[in-house]
Design a protein around this ligand. Structure first.
Ligand code: 13P
Ligand code: SF4
Length: 303
């Protein structure tokens, strides 16, 4: 079956089953093109919590589908492939988190949504890259332990008086972007602003003109007067950047900004998922309820 035929079949099945397709900006172009909602992690979790659809098909990585299942326990959440993790989410175990909490009594735990349901369940509140500063600001605590992404924690620390204790996790895609690479691209495109994701290392953040979530980077690109922008995040975002700002040029800060897990999902996987109603993502109640509290607190604080 050709690509367009598969896309049409998916759309028909989505309608027949009162299902919606949520897709992240890092997904393959042909998946982004047929999504009901294309967004960053925050926009997708808001939609997952509010949709009236019976079925949510998640084109993203596991933690995203898990969050949808936590927020909408009465809906069927399908993840078309099970081998799409986020390596960052596995950079902290519950035992490590318990130990860190014991070492810093009285500290609030802010957990990046790129985490397992179990870690969320042991947290005070969640955050995404779009709302981390606001979430930390909303807390009644002088010390905040931020897990699992150390770079996001260090970036957030720039905007608060609170003491931020960063966990040591990182995203291999963003952490691998090095200052020398950014410097070379800057020199090749003088005057072009640099927009990066807060999962990048501090030395790269220092070189950026804009730092934000994928949704934030898209907004910056739409609004800037610059005609050329250097992009320091996963390359999947290029598709939407070009669609939203067709007259502008977007230059990847490096050619290795590729998330293998995000790219694993194909249209055929989504088609099989809808035909066979697989793979249903469920979170056991003893984890779902406390994890849901941490996610709902985040949604409440970001309104
Ligand atoms: P956003 O929340 O900015 O969409 O980022 C998600 C992610 O996985 C970044 O690597
Ligand atoms: Fe996880 Fe990094 Fe991939 Fe985002 S880009 S899903 S943080 S591995």
């Amino acid at each position: 079956m050709g690509m367009i035929e598969t896309q049409k079949k998916i759309r028909r099945l989505l309608d027949d089953k009162n299902a919606i397709l949520l897709a992240h900006y890092y997904q393959r172009d042909e998946i982004q093109d047929i999504a009901d909602i294309l967004g960053d992690s925050l926009a997708l979790s808001i939609e997952a919590a509010e949709t009236t659809a019976d079925v949510i098909v998640f084109a993203g990585v596991r933690f995203m589908a898990e969050s949808a299942a936590i927020l909408s326990p009465d809906k069927t959440v399908l993840l078309p492939r099970l081998d799409v993790g986020c390596p960052l989410a596995d950079k902290i175990t519950v035992e490590e988190l318990q130990q860190a909490k014991a070492e810093h009594p009285g500290t609030k735990v802010v957990t990046y949504v790129n985490s397992t349901a179990e870690i969320k369940a042991h947290s005070d509140i969640c955050c995404t890259s779009a709302n981390a500063v606001r979430i930390v600001g909303s807390l009644d605590a002088d010390t905040v332990l931020m897990v699992p992404d150390g770079n996001l924690a260090r970036y957030t620390a720039r905007f608060t008086e609170k003491e931020i204790i960063p966990w040591k996790g990182f995203c291999y895609v963003h952490n691998n972007l090095l200052p020398d690479e950014v410097q070379k691209v800057k020199e090749a495109h003088p005057g072009a602003p640099v927009a990066v994701h807060p999962e990048c290392r501090p030395e790269v953040i220092e070189m950026a003109d804009f730092v934000g979530s994928t949704g934030g980077i898209l907004k910056f690109a739409r609004q800037t007067e610059a005609q050329k922008v250097i992009i320091g995040t996963e390359q999947g975002i290029m598709h939407q950047l070009k669609k939203e700002s067709p007259g502008k040029t977007f230059i990847p800060a490096s050619d290795h900004l590729i998330c293998l897990d995000m790219k694993r999902m194909t249209l055929d996987d989504i088609l099989s998922s809808l035909l066979e109603m697989k793979h249903v993502i469920q979170v056991p109640e003893d984890i779902r309820v406390p994890a849901g509290l941490a996610l709902s607190r985040m949604l409440e604080a970001s309104r």
